[in-house]
Design a protein. Structure first.
Length: 175
């Protein structure tokens, strides 16, 4: 008997909320698309509006379903904000590492300069022969034979002036 009462009191209303939210979202989606076509709005604008409506309806449905199951919105907010804070702290902690790795991969694929090229990073006027591009740093060797390690994110954010290409293959192979 308890299972039937729980099903009728909790599960059925939750299913009704979910089905209702999906139906409302589809109606809004169709109307926004229709309005976008009539007003000749750019796709990006109508798509952004549809996303905002979709997320708003989903959030409202989640809050309703959670309240149907007897969980207060305040407690849910505490849990969600705690999880979000942990994710944000973790993301900030690894942001520079991930940024350098991504920038290194982009430099390796895009190749704005080759190993052995003499380049200048502007506006800092750092000049040297490119010796290596790894996942974290771009290594240059200056005229005094000093190694300069520049974080890849800095290389990606600056102007790169290729001054000269190596004249011989041996120059590229020398390190």
């Amino acid at each position: 008997m308890f299972i039937v009462q729980y099903f009728l009191r909790v599960i059925v209303p939750a299913i009704i909320v979910i089905v209702g939210a999906i139906t409302i979202e589809r109606i809004f989606d169709a109307r926004i698309s229709e309005l976008g076509r009539k007003k000749e709005l750019p796709y990006n604008h109508t798509h952004a509006i549809k996303l905002i409506v979709r997320w708003t309806i989903a959030l409202a449905a989640i809050l309703l379903v959670v309240s149907i199951f007897g969980i207060s919105a305040g407690r849910l907010w505490i849990v969600i904000s705690s999880i979000a804070a942990m994710i944000i702290i973790g993301f900030v902690a690894v942001w520079s590492i991930l940024g350098n790795i991504l920038a290194g991969l982009i430099l390796m694929i895009w190749r704005p300069f080759e190993i052995g090229d003499t380049i200048e990073i502007l506006p800092e006027n750092v000049t040297g022969r490119a010796k290596e591009i790894n996942l974290f740093f771009t290594k240059l060797k200056d005229e005094e034979e000093h190694i300069i390690n520049i974080p890849n994110t800095q290389v990606m954010q600056k102007f790169i002036k290729v001054i000269s290409k190596p004249s011989k293959r041996k120059e590229v192979e020398k390190k």
